[in-house]
Design a protein around this ligand. Structure first.
Ligand SMILES: CC(C)(COP(=O)(O)OP(=O)(O)OC[C@H]1O[C@@H](n2cnc3c(N)ncnc32)[C@H](O)[C@@H]1OP(=O)(O)O)[C@@H](O)C(=O)NCCC(=O)NCCS
Length: 502
């Protein structure tokens, strides 16, 4: 999670250290020093319907037909009883809408969930976040939340919750194929029960329950390399609170730099600058949904957001309690987990852009005074600047380079890049005003077009490359590698990965 304030040095270091194809083939681990198994040593994962590329290369997979790995099954063929647990433990379905049970999951994760390699920071998802991310809506059969996909393990005698895994239903498109999928998240085993092979049991049990609903694919991410990544992205960080980030060891103070100078360099404007930039409202949902779908159609893998209900859920339902006060409360409501903004053209009132982030704090574990790192994570965004013809005409004409000339495509990309610099700059202003210490972003979507480019709009330093990576996986889906943006920000090119997982 740490980063240095000199992004160019960091990128060069990373490029030397990271052999992309080895990572994609699962031969080396990134972002987690403890995972250095070869694929053959993955006793559990080598038995699962995931691409196994130990002997071949990722290039071989490119020639394969993409689709399910397991033979097609029916729900009747799925095991009806839960998997056996070690004695002394029992399964427990968690109703995340129940306050007591939500609190139990919150406590388990707060004390045992993901930490950085140096055990300085640990994710601290809020209860509101758990509720927001557990409930989702899907086409035709709303709501798409299956309470039986929130699975806990308890100690039989005491009832204490000691492990958890969850899934929600989303529609995923990989290149030309769209399929329902479980998005798996919050896998956690209590620290005292680690290395006892409980994880394979949790994964098999959630798979069984997902299969019982007639869903055969899953999407998930990890900070470690398992068989077999479909694509990897790198974390970037924009420091919004230099004194605190330096103090807690999240960022370092470059040699010959003072805190005062760093504060000046990293200052952000007090107000957003784009005309028509405002918070997203319910009335914007249809326009935002249409724009987002069209924008995301450009990526090789994405969540499809098939219904407007889904869009409303993901961008508005986590906006916290209405009716706040003036001042800083203007930027943050009580219990807010997602911040979504749009740009409304002042003349036509068309929504031309949207951008969002979510709040995911971390506990600071080794500092005498600071307890919480308030981190904002860039979420989905979309802009119509990639669709508008660069000269003449008012109608957007085409979506991809296949149907737009190369010169026209380049002009549109340049325009998109410039627009994203402005949009993310304004989002930074929102994040700063809402009290966040840092804005994090991965190299997925079109982020590489602006991560290094903030200087122009903000008169300040851009994002810095971090030392964390996020690896994306699909379960039971043969899939050629997808670019997660590791080639870096200097190329100013979008990635193939267009799905942002929480
Ligand atoms: C991740 C975690 C559940 C693994 O538990 P553990 O006790 O170390 O591992 P277990 O002995 O139960 O199981 C080991 C198996 O799980 C696999 N595994 C470990 N972490 C995994 C992950 N994040 N996703 C999928 N599989 C994972 C291992 O690769 C191994 O299988 P293999 O032999 O095929 O390689 C535990 O370390 C934890 O709760 N960590 C903090 C939270 C976290 O990192 N969650 C994952 C977020 S992506």
């Amino acid at each position: 999670m740490c980063f240095t304030a000199d992004p160019t040095a960091d990128i060069q270091k990373a490029l030397k250290a990271v052999d992309l194809m080895k990572i994609l083939d699962g031969q080396v681990a990134i972002g987690n020093k403890s995972n250095s198994k070869t694929i053959g040593e993955h006793k559990f994962w080598k038995t699962q319907p995931v691409p196994q590329t130990l002997s071949g290369s990722s290039f071989a997979m490119m020639a394969m037909e993409e689709g399910p790995i397991d033979p097609i099954k029916t729900v009747e063929e799925v095991r009806q009883e839960p998997l056996p647990l070690p004695s002394g433990f029992e399964w427990s379905l968690i109703d995340i809408k129940n306050d007591v049970q939500c609190e139990e999951v919150y406590s388990l994760l707060s004390e045992n969930y993901v930490e950085d390699d140096d055990a300085m920071f640990r994710f601290r998802y809020s209860k509101e976040f758990l509720l927001w991310s557990a409930l989702t809506f899907r086409s035709l059969t709303a709501p798409g939340y299956h309470p039986d996909w929130h699975i806990g393990v308890r100690v039989q005698k005491t009832g204490k919750l000691v492990a958890f895994i969850s899934g929600i239903l989303v529609d995923i498109r990989v290149r030309s194929k769209t399929f329902p999928s479980a998005e798996i998240n919050f896998l956690c085993v209590h620290k005292k029960l680690r290395a006892k092979r409980l994880t394979p049991v949790l994964i098999k049990e959630v798979t069984r329950r997902v299969n019982l609903r007639g869903v055969w694919q899953a999407i998930y991410t990890a900070g470690i390399v398992l068989p077999t990544p479909i694509g990897t992205s790198r974390y970037y960080h924009r420091n919004l609170n230099p004194p605190k980030l330096v103090d807690i060891g999240f960022s370092s103070l470059p040699r010959s730099m003072t805190i005062a100078r760093l504060v000046k360099q990293l200052a952000v404007p007090t107000a957003p600058s784009l005309p028509g930039f405002r918070e997203m409202e319910k009335k914007d949902v249809p326009q935002v949904a249409a724009l987002l779908r069209r924008y995301l159609a450009r990526f090789e893998i994405t969540q499809t957001f098939e219904t407007d209900q889904e869009v409303e859920h993901w961008f508005l339902s986590g906006r916290g309690k209405e009716g706040g006060e003036e001042g800083s409360a203007k930027w943050r409501r009580e219990g807010q987990v997602v911040w979504a903004y749009v740009v409304e053209d002042p003349t036509t009132h068309v929504i031309t852009d949207m951008i969002s982030f979510y709040s995911l704090p971390s506990s600071i574990m080794k500092h005498p005074t600071h307890r919480i790192l308030n981190a904002a994570y860039l979420y989905y965004y979309a802009s119509d600047s990639i669709f508008r013809p660069s000269s003449g005409g008012s109608e957007a004409v085409a979506e991809s380079s296949a149907s737009v000339g190369i010169v026209e495509e380049r002009k549109r990309r340049e325009r998109l890049g410039a627009r994203l610099v402005q949009l993310s700059g304004d989002l930074m202003v929102v994040a700063k005003n809402a009290g966040f210490d840092v804005l994090n972003a991965l190299t997925l979507l079109d982020n590489n077009m602006f991560l290094s480019e903030q200087k122009a709009s903000c008169q300040s330093l851009p994002f810095g490359a971090g030392d964390g990576f996020l690896v994306n996986y699909l379960y039971n889906w043969q899939c050629a590698p997808i670019d997660g943006g590791l080639k870096g920000t200097s190329m100013k090119q979008g990635a193939g990965i267009g799905v942002v997982m929480l």
